[in-house]
Design a protein around this ligand. Structure first.
Ligand SMILES: C[S@@+](CC[C@H](N)C(=O)[O-])C[C@H]1O[C@@H](n2cnc3c(N)ncnc32)[C@H](O)[C@@H]1O
Ligand code: SF4
Ligand code: SF4
Length: 313
């Protein structure tokens, strides 16, 4: 039986940043955004469906004016919550209030480089200082913080420095790979990493694995994609997809939490549809099919970064 371990819940597409890699093309509020009551109902539904971690994402979740009410509600029913944020709105007052209402909240702060120039290449001028200020506020108030780091063609070179930066701050490091979706698709020539770059990153992870607490996405270390098997994403209008990167592809829509319970949607989905011809390939047990969204976005049946049968990238 498949169990939903982590479900990302996109509370808004509104954002005060305009990152060039952003898969949801964040900026403006969507017309179909779920209301406060709908969000609470979905959180209860996810909790009752046995979801281990509900990960609040966006857009920028701290932009929602009801964010404290949402987080308090989740705490009151015992749901384990994480929030992914650019941290720019995490002033001392905001962080203090978050601590008061949910001291177990897990915090993921996105940082695309250990230095201003590297981070801002993706996230825009002035974002490094704002994000670092917010990150330090979270640490000061005793939150469990993870840096969310997305590997691209440019920042991979500085990955060792990024690891040492996380070590010095005493935070965990989540390592993910750029997938050309949304605004990111427009910048894919600039950002798409190659096989060699991902190999390089894995070498650094191996070197520091006993010194830093890593959470490594399977699209970096090369295990079988967990989309629809261990995790799913709920988009801003309630549409459920096996992974947030499938957001613009109707054929992978699993259902909508405005119409059905999450459990019903989860149980009626067959994740094998993500693998196209890969599962038939005799080399599947070796490469495991790589990142299915990456393959899909490139219009391929295989992920060139892990495919053992192609000579691409
Ligand atoms: C969409 S953001 C939402 C939360 C918040 N605004 C932030 O930036 O952390 C969630 C995470 O997705 C990552 N992300 C955005 N676009 C991506 C892409 N095309 N490929 C991989 N990760 C991406 C971001 O870097 C961030 O860590
Ligand atoms: S990645 Fe996050 S901070 Fe950047 S534009 Fe998208 S939602 Fe906003
Ligand atoms: S599609 Fe890619 S990013 Fe999404 S869960 Fe699978 S490997 Fe990870």
């Amino acid at each position: 039986m498949r169990t939903p371990k982590v479900v990302e819940f996109e509370l808004t597409t509104a954002c005060n940043y305009s990152c060039i890699h952003c898969y949801c093309n964040a900026g403006k509020t969507s017309k179909n955004e779920l209301s406060t009551e709908e969000v609470k109902k979905v959180i209860k539904d996810l909790y009752e469906s046995g979801v281990e971690i509900i990960d609040l994402v966006g857009g920028e979740p701290l932009i929602r004016t009801d964010i404290f009410e949402i987080i308090s509600f989740a705490k009151s029913i015992g749901a384990k919550l994480m929030i992914n944020t650019n941290a720019s709105l995490a002033s001392k007052d905001v962080v203090k209030k978050l601590k008061e209402i949910n001291d177990n909240l897990l915090v993921g702060v996105s940082l695309d480089g250990h230095k201003k120039e590297i981070h801002e290449l993706v996230r825009g001028a002035g974002t490094f200082e704002k994000t670092m200020r917010g990150l330090k506020n979270f640490l000061e108030f005793g939150f469990d913080v993870t840096i969310l780091h997305v590997i691209n063609k440019h920042n991979y070179k500085y990955f060792e420095e990024m690891v040492l930066f996380a070590k010095e701050l005493g935070v965990s490091l989540y390592v993910d790979r750029f997938v050309p979706v949304g605004r990111g698709e427009l910048f894919k020539d600039m950002l798409l990493p190659t096989k060699e770059m991902i190999k390089f990153v894995n070498g650094i992870i191996e070197k520091y694995k006993d010194q830093v607490d890593f959470f490594v996405e399977e699209n970096i270390y090369g295990d079988e994609c967990t989309a629809g098997k261990e995790h799913a994403s709920i988009l801003v209008d309630g549409t459920v997809v096996p992974c947030g990167h499938f957001r613009y592809d109707f054929k992978y829509y699993m259902g909508n939490v405005r119409e059905k319970s999450f459990k019903e949607i989860w149980e009626s989905f067959n994740p094998d549809i993500l693998f196209n011809d890969c599962k038939e390939c005799e080399l599947f047990t070796k490469c495991k099919g790589g990142c299915r969204a990456f393959a899909n976005q490139l219009g391929l049946s295989y992920d060139p970064i892990f495919c053992e049968a192609s000579n691409n990238v």
